[in-house]
Design a protein around this ligand. Sequence first.
Ligand code: ADP
Ligand code: MG
Length: 258
Amino acid sequence: MPSDTSTEVMTIVSENGNDLSASQERVPVYELQGVSKSYALGGGQVHAVKELDLTIESGDAVAIVGPSGSGKTTLLQLLGGLDRPSTGSVRFEGRDMAAMGDGELSSLRLRTIGFVFQQFNLIPTLSAAQNVEVALAPAVQKAAERREMVRGLLESVGLGERGVHVPGTLSGGEQQRVAIARALANAPHVLLADEPTGNLDTATGAEILDLLMSLSGVARTVIVVTHDTGVAQRAHRIIRMQDGRLAPDLAEARTTPA
Ligand code: ADP
Ligand code: MG
């Protein structure tokens, strides 16, 4: 039986707004062991990712860089549960994604992982706000509550005033911000972005990288695949891919954020 004392202690902790266990402990969000991914191609096989061992900690801001064809997108799809490894295990928050059924994996994706793509992938006939709203969990039922959440999400990406506009009337950078707000709709634990600045000019791309990296924190890990050379100043950690493996020299390099 919990005593009154223990209840008091718990109250004090929550009144202070401290969740010490969550804020101070960096735990692995991803643990990859011996992960390989091969594709059948023209009677042969392409080995896109080869025997990768990798750990990524919660709250990290990670950039994955490397030449075209080095396996960056394949790795991101494995991290996102959009694809399964040919061999090896991808543990996400302690659970092996390869052992999950398709339904379990897709529900895990919906609840815990947000995706951002190079092409924005917004619905052209919907306003910015509606593009975000469709991604909200159906469990949020009250219209006023949904509107309020959408407004907060658009504000968090610096688009408070632009909610009524359809994507075609927004700049590329604004469209990517809408896509980021949509990816945040269900408070994902992990935000994955594949070449999110690939369709943007350099200055706008830098702003989007700043925004993405700033979204990492205690409760959220951000992982961005990019060619952008400015990423080194923004990420906590650079993972360099080469021919499906981690490039040996910088495999575990950590940089100090500028
Ligand atoms: P990156 O994102 O670094 O450019 P990818 O992960 O897209 O690299 O691709 C790695 C390798 O796997 C490349 O040689 C690519 O051609 C190959 N590849 C990727 N997807 C497929 C697929 N669906 N079928 C066959 N080969 C693929
Ligand atoms: Mg790619």
